[in-house]
Each structure stands twice: as C-alpha cells, then as structure tokens.
Design a protein around this ligand. Structure first.
Ligand code: FE2
Length: 321
C-alpha cells in the first residue's frame, strides 16, 4: 500500500445562511431573495457536497408564518445533500429585549421545533483524520430568560470534547460580537445595530468557554450578512455571507458583503474555507416593509396571492412560557 492509498480522502461541506425565502402570500415579499436562493441552490447542487450547514434566517417571517418554515424545510429535503439546520431570528424571534414585541419567545421556539426538530445538535461527519464534529445551537436563547435558555445551558454544560475529531465546527446565527471579543454590551436603545448583531458579553463569554472547552476551532455565524474572517485564541471565526441581501459592507476594512456562501474543504485534518459568490443577481421588485415590524399592523391586503397569511392565533408574549 502506498502513501496515496493510505491518505484519507478530502471532503467538502457547504455553509449557507440568511437565504430569507419569503412568500407572495405574506404582508411583505422580495422575489429577488427567493431567486437568489434558487441560484445558490443550483450552485450547491453542482458542488454536490455530502453536507450543507444552514445557518439560520431560512425564511422572511417563519416565526409567524408556519408555511414559510415547511416550505424551506421541504426545499432543503429535496436538495440532495444532508442538511444540518439552526434557526435564525426570522424563525424564532429577535435577540431578546424588553422593548421588542417580536423577540424570541417560547411559542416561536415550539413552532420551529415542530417543523425542524431540535435546534441544538452535535454530530460527527467524515472519516479518519478528516473526521469533523459539528455543533449547532440557537444562541439567541442565551440571555432570553426563557425556559429554553436553561435547557440549552444544561445541554452545553454536559457537552464533552471528542478527542477522535481533529476539528470541531460550531454554528451559531448571531455573531459572538460586533467588533471584538472583549467589547462591552452596546446599549440597545442607542447602538441598536451592533447590539442586535452580537451576543451580550456575559452570554458571549459563557459560550466562548464552552466552545474552547469542547475543542472548538471554527465558529461560523450568520445574521450580519457580511463575510469576514478573524482568529481569536487560535479559533477561526467565519462571519458568513448572505444569499438574500447585503448588510454592513462598510463596517470593517476586511468585511465583504458580496452575496454567496462558503465552501469548506477538509484535507489532511485541516479545514480550508473558500467563498463562492452568487452566480447571478435578481432585480425583481417586491413589496412591504423591511426590518422586524411588530405583528400588529401588518397589512396582508397587499399580498400578491391569496389566501394571505394571518398572524398566528397563539401570538405569544415573552412571558407566555
Ligand atoms: Fe438575516
């Protein structure tokens, strides 16, 4: 047997995030973002990876439109690759704050789990030296005060390192921080955007300890829609691009908000990232407001198709359990 035969073959996985697939039955819809997902989907199928990580914000408004959740779930099931999924704030609600009526809450979490299953998972893929552990969590549970936060912390506290894996890739939707690991908390009433994009310091430091304790050496996040690569304490932090629309392209000199997704090749026990730019952009024009508007006041009369969505009947409050 020669060296070539002994070599564990390389393999590749894809990370795609913030695809924001919406519906013309909604109070808002951007058909260009759906087209971008169709383009990215075709590009991923051409790569034919055995594994696709989907980093949250699969939908435009899946938190209140179950049909958007089931639509992208079924679309991913037909992709031809195994998909490991975590939710984003458009599935389970925004980073918690007392002044947001669409913050993370238990009813949104239950709705997501009923469609996609657990939002926390830790699995191993690949073989030999190219074996990789993947752990995904819904990081916005941290700091929410919900029962799900206690459950997540208990799950994280019980997570053990796996010495059989040379690499441990973590996947979260928000970034660990906006600009730097040590940054203090932003005031959500003053610096809303940087506050919104990252975890608060206490939650960040807690999660960072878990990541390092379990041998995490790559962390992939979404949410910001701007690609950036950093290294902190030897851990690679990959801020993922979006396929739907760009944000924060002017925040950092080394940030790039070009639309696309990430391909990671695992070779000789090392993970090599590569950016795959979206092959085509759509100029289709949609309707409705951006941002994260409250459920009350959403105008479904403007929907292009009927019957329109209606806000969920069990619209919860933060204290709704
Ligand atoms: Fe997003």
């Amino acid at each position: 047997m020669n060296i070539t035969e002994n070599k564990t073959p390389p393999w590749a996985f894809v990370h795609v995030s913030d695809v924001h697939v919406g519906s013309p039955r909604s109070y808002r819809f951007q058909p260009a973002w759906n087209e971008h997902w169709r383009t990215a989907r075709r590009q991923i199928q051409e790569l034919n990876p055995p594994l696709v990580l989907v980093g949250g914000d699969l939908t435009r408004d899946g938190a209140t439109h179950r049909e958007e959740l089931t639509g992208i779930r079924d679309d991913l099931a037909a992709l031809g690759s195994e998909c490991l999924v975590i939710p984003g704030n458009h599935e389970v609600g925004n980073k918690w704050s007392p002044d947001s009526s669409v913050a993370i809450n238990s009813a949104y979490l239950r709705r997501y789990a009923a469609v996609f299953g657990p939002s926390e998972w830790s699995v191993v893929r690949g073989a030999g030296i190219n074996r990789v552990r993947f752990t995904g969590i819904d990081a916005f549970k941290l700091g929410s005060g919900l029962p799900a936060e206690a459950e997540l912390r208990s799950w994280l506290d019980r997570l053990e390192p796996d010495p059989a894996c040379a690499n441990h890739v973590w996947m979260i939707h928000p970034a660990l921080f906006a600009d730097r690991m040590e940054e203090p908390d932003f005031d959500h009433a003053v610096d809303r955007v940087p506050w919104y994009f990252g975890l608060n310091q206490a939650d960040r430091f807690y999660l960072w300890d878990v990541i390092k304790r379990t041998g995490g050496n790559h962390v992939i996040s979404g949410h910001i829609h701007c690609r950036r690569h950093l290294q902190v304490d030897g851990v690679h932090l990959h801020l993922a691009p979006a396929t739907a629309f760009p944000q924060w392209g002017d925040r950092w000199a080394d940030g790039d908000d070009t639309l696309g997704f990430l391909k990671f090749t695992v070779d000789a026990g090392v993970i090599h990232p590569e950016f795959v730019a979206l092959a085509a952009y759509s100029d289709l024009v949609g309707y409705g407001p951006g941002g994260n508007p409250p459920v009350a006041g959403r105008d479904y009369a403007v929907a292009w198709q009927s019957p329109p969505f209606s806000p969920a009947e069990d619209e919860p409050s933060h204290s709704g359990g």
